[in-house]
Design a protein around this ligand. Structure first.
Ligand SMILES: NC(=O)c1ccc[n+]([C@@H]2O[C@H](COP(=O)([O-])OP(=O)(O)OC[C@H]3O[C@@H](n4cnc5c(N)ncnc54)[C@H](O)[C@@H]3O)[C@@H](O)[C@H]2O)c1
Length: 368
């Protein structure tokens, strides 16, 4: 494609008006996209969308976006329950689609999306885009080069106190696992490979909250501890919840036979990584190679894929697998059973590149 990719937005809430608008404006400044139309069921958003965000057309019916001849790619940025149906309609109309996580809230709807995407001329890119971060890819290279040996154990965490907007976050089809733990599950399965079994404990730690200025009952689990079995005695845990106030722990920890890697920051906003190798006997501290990397990078990647005619690195099969792990974690917590994961996928691969260990800053561990 030799012209800007024409974008239609569905859902004009927090992420659309902030992070995605910033990313789209950056791409627009480089002549790569045009923002054509936006949709929200709340009609009062029209003035804001046109005057503040600078998008010329507005509708309250997503079908208008999906069916517009002058739209190449649809961004589905609504509450989660609407993701599946809107993404499916857009793919059926032949559009490229970026859908926020999770791709759908049931496995049936997600399976349908995977199959529609396989037939559609449009690409389907499902958030989260964690595998696109330079830090993730550096860690992936260390794992591939066997710098820490075979991975035996892994831990991942992402949580916060929870949104004070969007009551849907606390109702069926919402919750912190779909919203936050999804990053961790995508990261761990990307780095280690497909999960085979899952077991979890979950509960509602904070049964009522003030959201959008109203006291509401929390109808879903807001607090999770999940264990994933990757086979061959390889286990990972995911700690997530709208129940965490703050932390200074690594986002991802990988424990291998000859070393350890820790991703700092969060996996959606990494702050570099730390590498321990027995052969070096010291922690190597790597700063973030691109502190400007943003979690909305999926949009930049999708635009690049459309322009070069190359399928996205993030596959619908990975998003489906991630969803299966999450849905079965919820079921496991409710039933007390360990559940088998039936789906699989091929983790994304990257150029192995040069060995960068000479650039690392060495920090000797006083305890070793
Ligand atoms: N808020 C964050 O920090 C964040 C970060 C990353 C990803 N996400 C994901 O982005 C998505 C949106 O989150 P948010 O925080 O912006 O939520 P939000 O509640 O602020 O916005 C969602 C918007 O979608 C609109 N909407 C709902 N159904 C619609 C429909 N059928 N057609 C058109 N519009 C519709 C709502 O009116 C609302 O304006 C979620 O999937 C969330 O998990 C959020």
């Amino acid at each position: 494609m030799n012209r800007p990719v024409r974008l239609g937005f569905v859902g004009c809430g927090s992420v659309m008006s902030g992070p995605y608008t910033r990313m789209a404006r950056q791409l627009q400044g480089r002549g790569l996209v045009e923002r054509v139309i936006a949709c929200d069921v709340v009609a009062e958003k029209e003035k804001f969308v046109q005057d503040e965000l600078g998008i010329p057309r507005f509708t309250t019916d997503y079908r208008e976006v999906v069916e517009s001849d002058d739209v190449d790619a649809v961004l589905v940025l609504t509450s989660m329950a609407e993701h599946g149906p809107i993404a499916k309609a857009a793919l059926e109309a032949g559009k490229h689609v970026l859908v926020e996580k999770p791709m759908a809230i049931t496995l049936d709807a997600a399976a349908e999306l995977v199959s529609v995407a396989a037939r559609s001329p449009g690409y389907l890119l499902c958030a989260p885009a964690v595998v696109l971060s330079p830090t993730y890819q550096e860690i992936w290279r260390h794992v591939q080069r066997s710098d820490i040996g075979p991975i035996h154990l892994a831990r991942a965490r992402y949580g916060w106190a929870g949104p004070w907007w969007g009551q849907w976050f606390y109702r069926s089809g919402g919750g912190p696992l779909f919203d936050l733990g999804v990053y961790n599950v995508a990261s761990l399965t990307g780095l280690i490979g497909p999960a085979q079994r899952v077991t979890a404990m979950a509960g509602t730690a904070i049964p009522s909250r003030v959201v959008d200025g109203e006291l509401i009952k929390v109808e879903v689990e807001d607090n999770f501890q999940i264990t994933i079995d990757f086979g061959e005695a390889r286990f990972g845990t995911v700690t997530t919840g709208f129940s965490m106030q703050s932390y200074r722990s690594p986002a991802i920890e990988l424990y291998g036979g000859t070393g350890t890697i820790q991703m700092m920051g969060d996996d959606w906003a990494p702050a570099g990584y730390e590498l321990w190798r027995n052969s070096v006997g010291a922690w190597q501290i790597h700063g973030d190679t691109d502190p400007h990397w943003q979690w909305t990078d999926g949009l930049r990647h999708l635009v690049e894929c459309i322009q070069t005619g190359t399928p996205p690195i993030i596959t619908p099969e990975h998003a489906y697998h991630t969803l299966e792990v999450m849905i079965k974690a919820i079921e496991s917590a409710r039933t007390g059973r360990t559940l088998t994961i039936e789906s699989t996928f091929t983790p994304p691969t990257f150029d192995l590149g040069e060995d960068d260990r000479a650039d690392a800053h060495l920090a000797h561990d006083p305890t070793s």
